[in-house]
Design a protein around this ligand. Structure first.
Ligand code: DO4
Ligand code: MG
Length: 293
């Protein structure tokens, strides 16, 4: 079972449903996905397993939308895998020790990544900036956390990042990571109770250029240096998320320099049990604005 946000052909209205196999059952009394994150986990489970009240439709007949809406924010954790620490130490000669420190510190690196409205869904374009020379996708497990701090589900996030901007000065992190086309999520949410061991998920990143694999790598969430609960606890330490929050848990794959994303590349992220997120790449603000128009 997956939780899906979608629209019907010819209608601009977003709906929420449950996907079983290739059929979507609409949740008729749910206005937006964020409504589900106001429920406790037990109540969510009961709600989703209730016999569908409305009709159903084929997945192929629906337009799948990014699984985040309303006032649900997207946050991200950094330097949670050794590969990310190594890559950042390498690209950031003058500030290398901050990455070492945060990797071992009790407090993790957490940063705001995106408002819901600017998150790309499956098949939608992501972007690299024209003031950046080294750009990479970051394939990450995303936690969907409800208003009570419980992990309600999992999805796939691409924390698209400029390595050259962050590497120049870590204080440029927001510019390296938060811009139109810098975040993709989806296609669906897998409910937490269906994932037997979230520390044993295979993550695969494939970058296709001109029809050929330009870079590919695999890793596992077993290499995560922290626990999901620990990341959630810090995120909620002095803050509230009444509409739930998405937390992307850090990258375990970084294509080594000088590899950099280019216009028309296609990025595919497969996470076992969770899903496959595919996004084409465009370069520059005008290109992403045109692609989204
Ligand atoms: O330290 C900067 C961000 C790290 C990050 O996004 C990651 O490790 O995934
Ligand atoms: Mg990241």
């Amino acid at each position: 079972m997956h939780i899906v946000r979608y629209s019907l052909p010819g209608s601009p209205d977003a709906r929420v449903g449950v996907l079983n196999g290739d059929r979507i059952s609409g949740l008729t009394d749910v206005d937006e996905l964020a409504d589900l994150w106001t429920l406790r986990l037990d109540d969510l489970r009961e709600r989703l397993t209730r016999p569908p009240a409305g009709g159903d439709l084929a997945l192929a007949d629906a337009q799948i939308l990014p699984p985040v809406d309303g006032r649900t924010e997207v946050w991200a954790a950094g330097v949670t895998y050794e590969i990310s620490r190594e890559a950042r130490v390498e690209e950031s000669e003058r500030s290398a020790d901050i990455y070492e420190l945060v990797y071992h510190a009790p407090r993790p690196e957490l940063f705001f990544k995106s408002a819901a409205w600017r998150v790309a869904g499956d098949g939608q374009p992501i972007a690299v900036r024209t003031d950046s020379t080294l750009d990479v996708p970051e394939p990450e497990v995303a936690l969907i956390i409800n208003a009570f701090g419980e992990i309600a589900g999992y999805s796939v996030c691409n924390d698209v990042s400029s390595r050259s901007i962050e590497g120049e000065n870590p204080l440029y992190l927001p510019q390296a990571k938060m811009y139109l086309g810098g975040c993709a999520l989806g296609p669906f949410v897998r409910p937490a109770w269906e994932v037997a061991d979230p520390y044993d998920l295979a993550i695969e990143l494939t970058i296709i250029r001109s029809g050929e694999v330009a870079w590919a790598g695999t890793a596992s969430t077993g290499q995560l240096h922290r626990t999901y609960d620990e990341l959630v606890r810090w995120l909620l330490h002095s803050d509230v998320y009444p509409h739930g929050v998405i937390l992307s848990t850090g990258t375990c794959l970084v294509p080594p320099a000088p590899f950099s994303l280019e216009q028309d590349d296609v990025v595919r992220i497969d996470i076992s049990e969770i899903g496959t997120l595919t996004n084409p790449v465009v370069r520059g603000l005008d290109a992403i604005k045109t692609a989204l128009a």
